[in-house]
Write a new protein. Structure first.
Length: 436
């Protein structure tokens, strides 16, 4: 669809770069641009003169839709539509984002979250849309469709149903996280703005696919995570096993943040953000090729989002350093040191410094506990030794000369240590019962 991108700001110059990227990500062709600096007009959002200019530009470029990088009310949309050629669609910023989300949603969870966001967006507009649809002579103008008095109740009912299903999915995911921790895995989440290179970095860190995902309900589990120069490539969560020295780490890549998201939209994707909030460590990935001002703004937004609920340690990762010279990198480190103390600078594209990032991951994960067990030899003992190797890091495994006992020194997550102790006690009790 041929799209005209527009934006109104109250001061300064309007930047259309992000909305242009979003428009192209939705599959539209950007054929023209228009901006205005002034206070919002209650009737047309833009001033009426600028609205007339917009209509003329639509005709000149033969645009099929107008994308407005602001939130536009139903009455404003109706009034603007009256100035445009018939059939030209008006899409505001959040409708566009939901359109992209809808295109990228593959898993049941992602589809539910998109549907929830759409319903929350529609709910306060339902009554206004009904009034506008009755006033306008053109059926289906602005995609309003037919609204009756029961529409608001229907929307609320659908929201409740979707929230119940998402709560059920969240409960199952929490159980999966606990099973993974009990199996000795540390959970690391990649967070950051869309197009920061999280999926590309995940591919560098990933070792294999040895995770207990259900491929039928999580079709995003391909051999490698997608990594494209595109927005919202990863809408659902993608989990990979990481290649580290000692720890068994599962990395989860989530949907990228984007600026100026309203509260209702963030809340709709709460289930996806749980992968970040409940991780053992968060890697905050930042596009280091961007100007310092943009990096600072995005870091502030990310911190506001993450520190609201997240309690895990946070490591800032300056990605795409292959696009910088050493002087630029040093300047950005110094300028952003208050927001990003001791960041790890890497290139997800070339693999530069990824080993240092792996070392940092292991250093910043919650400490493991050290344990030493003296076990009598038996089939159950050898099974336990094998299990500890799989779920912890064995530092010493020694057998006495008579082959009657084995000493096992290891470090592992507290849950693994407790389980190993319990199994060792069961082995001892079983042998004592057998000799009695």
């Amino acid at each position: 669809m041929r799209a005209l991108v527009t934006k109104r700001v109250e001061r300064g110059r309007a930047d259309l770069s992000e909305i242009s990227d979003l428009t192209r990500a939705a599959g539209h062709e950007v054929v023209g641009r228009l901006t205005q600096t002034r206070e919002e007009d209650a009737a047309f959002h833009f001033g009426e003169g600028k609205a007339d200019e917009l209509a003329a530009l639509v005709r000149e470029t033969d645009a099929e839709c107008v994308v407005i990088d602001n939130e536009v009310g139903p009455y404003q949309t109706f009034n603007l539509g009256g100035k445009l050629p018939e059939g030209v669609e008006i899409i505001d910023r959040f409708t566009l984002i939901l359109e992209i989300f809808g295109q990228r949603a593959q898993t049941r969870k992602a589809q539910l979250q998109v549907e929830l966001a759409e319903l929350r967006y529609e709910l306060p507009r339902a009554e206004v849309k009904a009034s506008l649809a009755q006033r306008d002579e053109r059926p289906g103008f602005m995609g309003l469709g037919e609204y009756d008095q029961s529409r608001e109740r229907d929307i609320k009912s659908q929201i409740a149903r979707i929230k119940d299903e998402l709560d059920d999915i969240a409960h199952k995911e929490e159980e999966r996280r606990e099973r993974r921790r009990e199996s000795g895995f540390d959970l690391v989440a990649l967070a950051g703005y869309t197009n920061a290179g999280k999926s590309t970095l995940l591919r560098q860190l990933a070792a294999d696919l040895d995770v207990d995902e259900n491929v039928e309900t999580h079709p995003d589990l391909h051999e490698t995570a997608e990594s494209e120069d595109d927005l919202f490539t990863t809408l659902g969560t993608t989990t990979r096993r990481a290649e580290t020295e000692k720890r068994d780490v599962l990395l989860t890549d989530t949907v990228g943040f984007i600026s100026d998201l309203p509260h209702w939209l963030v809340e709709s994707f709460q289930s996806t953000l749980d992968s970040v909030y409940y991780a053992d460590l968060v890697l905050l990935v930042v596009d280091a090729s961007e100007p310092i001002r943009e990096m600072r703004e995005k870091l502030v937004t990310c911190h506001d989002t993450l520190y609201e609920r997240n309690e895990a340690p946070l490591v800032t990762v300056f990605n795409k350093v292959d696009e910088l010279d050493p002087g630029e990198l040093a300047e950005k480190r110094e300028a952003l040191s208050a927001l990003a103390p001791n960041p790890v600078a890497v290139s997800g594209l070339t693999g530069e410094n990824v080993e240092a990032l792996c070392a940092r991951i292991e250093a910043d994960l919650p400490d493991w506990r050290q344990e030493r067990l003296l076990l009598p030899m038996s089939d159950e003992t050898m099974s336990l030794v094998s299990w500890v190797h799989d779920n912890g890091h064995v530092e010493r495994e020694e057998y006495d000369e008579e082959g009657e006992t084995v000493t096992l020194a290891f470090e592992a997550p507290p849950s693994v240590v407790e389980r190993a102790r319990a199994r060792a006690a069961d082995i001892e009790a079983g042998l004592e019962a057998g000799s009695a």
